[in-house]
Design a protein around this ligand. Structure first.
Ligand SMILES: *Cc1c(COP(=O)(O)O)cnc(C)c1O
Length: 442
C-alpha cells in the first residue's frame, strides 16, 4: 500500500446526506466549542436573514473574540507607559515577537529556533531567496508550479532578473499533463531528475492556492537534496491547514502569511522558517537589519552586524505590536486545539463536503459541477476547488443565501470549511444550496 492509499483507507467515513446526520457529527465533534471563539460576520447574512456559512477561511480567516482584547491591551499599555512599554507593558514590546515563536513552531512542525514571525509573506520570500538562491556555474534555474500565485511568480522572476537571468530561459514549471488540473508526483520527480545539473532552487506552494492540491513534500525534498537543489515552501495555504513537519522533512526554508487559516487579521504578519542546519550559517549572504542582530548588544548600537543564530537572524525591523497581538490571540486557539485534531476534523469536514457534492454532481446535468481538488486526505487540506457550469456568477447567488466562498480566475470557486469554526451543519447547508441550484438549472 502506498502512503496515500493507506491514508485514504483510514478515512472511509460512513457519511449520510441528512441534516440529522450533520448535527450528530457536530454533537460528536471534539472541537465544537471552538466555534464560539470566533465572530461570524453579522453583515454577511442571506437575503432571508440566514446566518452566514463562511467558507472563505482560505482567503481571510475569521476574527477570534479575544483579538480585540489583546490589541486593546497594547493600546492601553501604550497610553499608560509610552516608551516604557518596551520593557514594562504586560507583554513587553521588546521581546514581543518571541511570544508567538513557540506556538508558530508547533503549527508548522519546527523547532522554535527555526521560526520567526516578521514582515509579510512576499517580503520574507525575497529575504529567503537572497540567502538560498545562490546561482553558480550551470546551476542557476528555479522551478515553481505552473500557475503559481502571481506574487510568487513576480518574486521569483525578479530574483532571476536580479541575478542577470531570464524567466524564458531559467524558470522551470511543474506542469499538469494535458487535460489534467493537478500535478503527479512522478512528473515532479522527473523534472527534478532531468534538470539536476541546472536546477538551483525549488519554490513550491503547499497547498496550491487554485487547485487545493497538497504535494508529497517529504518525497520531493529528498529528491531535490539528492540532486543538490535547495527546497523552499510557500505555506500561505498550508500553515494552520495541513499537518506539517518542516524540521523532519528537511525543508530548507518556508514562508507563510497568517491572515488565511491562521486568523490573524487582514495584512497579518508572516512566518519564516529556516532549517536548523542553516541557522548557524553566518556566511550566507543576507539582507540585514538591527532586529536580526545579537540581542545582547543590539542597543549598544555597534556598527558591525552580528546575526542572531536561527531564523531570528533574518529579522529586519522592530515588529508591529498590534499585529503580533492579533496573531497571539489566534495562535493560542491553535495551541489549545492542536494541529493533529484540527486536521483530523478537517479531513472529515471536507470529506463530508466532497461526499455531498459528488452525490449532487452525479444527479445534476452532465458538467454542471466538478471537483478539481484531488481525492484523498494525503493530497489536500480543507479547501475544495470547484468548477460550476455557471462560472463566477454563482458566487453572488451563494451570497444571497448567506454562503461565502471565493473565486479565482479563470473559473474556480474555492469552498473551505475551516475546522475551527465551521460545522457539519454549515457544510450540509452549503450542499443543500448547491442541490437546489442544480435542480433549478442555476
Ligand atoms: C495569499 C498568498 C500570497 C500573498 O502574499 P502577501 O505577501 O501576503 O500579500 C502569496 N503567495 C501565495 C501562494 C498566497 O496564497
Amino acid at each position: 500500500m502506498t502512503k496515500s492509499e493507506l491514508l485514504n483507507s483510514q478515512t472511509q467515513f460512513n457519511f449520510e446526506a441528512s441534516l440529522e446526520f450533520a448535527r450528530s457529527m457536530d454533537e460528536q465533534d471534539e472541537l465544537k466549542e471552538f466555534r464560539q471563539e470566533f465572530i461570524l460576520p453579522s453583515k454577511l447574512r442571506g437575503k432571508n436573514g440566514e446566518s452566514c456559512v463562511y467558507l472563505a477561511g482560505n482567503s481571510l480567516g475569521l476574527e477570534p473574540k479575544r483579538t480585540r482584547e489583546y490589541i486593546n491591551e497594547e493600546l492601553e499599555d501604550w497610553a499608560d507607559l509610552g516608551v516604557e512599554g518596551h520593557f514594562h507593558a504586560r507583554h513587553p514590546w521588546l521581546p514581543y515577537h518571541e511570544f508567538v515563536t513557540e506556538m508558530s513552531a508547533r503549527v508548522v512542525g519546527a523547532l522554535p529556533s527555526e521560526v520567526v514571525v516578521m514582515n509579510t509573506l512576499t517580503a520574507n520570500l525575497h529575504l529567503m531567496m537572497v540567502s538560498f538562491y545562490r546561482p553558480e556555474g550551470k546551476r542557476v534555474k528555479i522551478a515553481i508550479e505552473k500557475g503559481a500565485f502571481p506574487s510568487d511568480q513576480y518574486a521569483v522572476a525578479s530574483q532571476l532578473n536580479f541575478h542577470g537571468f531570464s524567466v524564458e530561459k531559467h524558470l522551470l514549471e511543474f506542469t499538469p499533463r494535458p487535460g489534467e488540473d493537478t500535478l503527479r508526483t512522478e512528473d515532479m520527480l522527473k523534472l527534478i531528475e532531468d534538470n539536476k545539473d541546472e536546477l538551483a532552487l525549488i519554490v513550491l506552494g503547499n497547498v496550491n492556492y487554485l487547485t487545493g492540491q497538497a504535494f508529497d513534500v517529504e518525497t520531493l525534498v529528498q529528491a531535490a537534496h539528492k540532486a543538490g537543489v535547495v527546497f523552499g515552501l510557500n505555506l500561505a495555504h498550508g500553515a494552520g491547514n495541513l499537518l506539517l513537519k518542516l524540521h523532519d522533512w528537511q525543508v530548507d526554508f518556508a514562508v507563510w502569511c497568517s491572515y488565511k487559516y491562521l486568523n490573524a487579521g487582514p495584512g497579518g504578519l508572516a512566518g519564516c522558517f529556516v532549517h536548523e542546519r542553516h541557522g548557524q550559517s553566518f556566511d550566507l549572504p543576507r539582507f540585514a537589519g538591527w532586529w536580526g542582530h545579537n540581542k545582547a548588544n543590539r542597543f549598544k548600537m555597534p556598527d558591525r552586524f552580528e546575526p542572531l543564530p536561527g531564523a531570528e537572524g533574518w529579522q529586519l525591523s522592530n515588529p508591529p505590536i498590534f499585529q503580533l497581538a492579533a496573531l497571539r490571540a489566534s495562535l493560542e486557539i491553535f495551541d489549545r486545539a492542536g494541529m493533529a485534531r484540527i486536521r483530523a476534523k478537517g479531513d472529515k469536514l471536507t470529506g463530508y463536503m466532497e461526499f455531498l457534492l459528488q452525490e449532487i454532481a452525479a444527479q445534476a446535468a452532465p458538467g454542471y459541477l466538478s471537483i478539481i481538488t484531488p481525492a484523498g486526505v494525503a493530497n489536500r487540506g480543507s479547501q475544495l476547488s470547484l468548477r460550476f457550469q455557471g462560472g463566477k456568477g454563482i458566487l453572488d447567488k451563494f451570497k444571497d443565501e448567506g454562503v461565502v466562498c471565493d473565486f479565482r480566475e479563470p473559473d474556480v470557486i474555492r469552498a473551505t470549511p475551516a475546522p475551527l469554526y465551521c460545522s457539519f451543519e454549515d457544510v450540509f447547508r452549503f450542499a443543500e444550496v448547491v442541490r437546489r441550484f442544480a435542480a433549478e438549472g442555476k
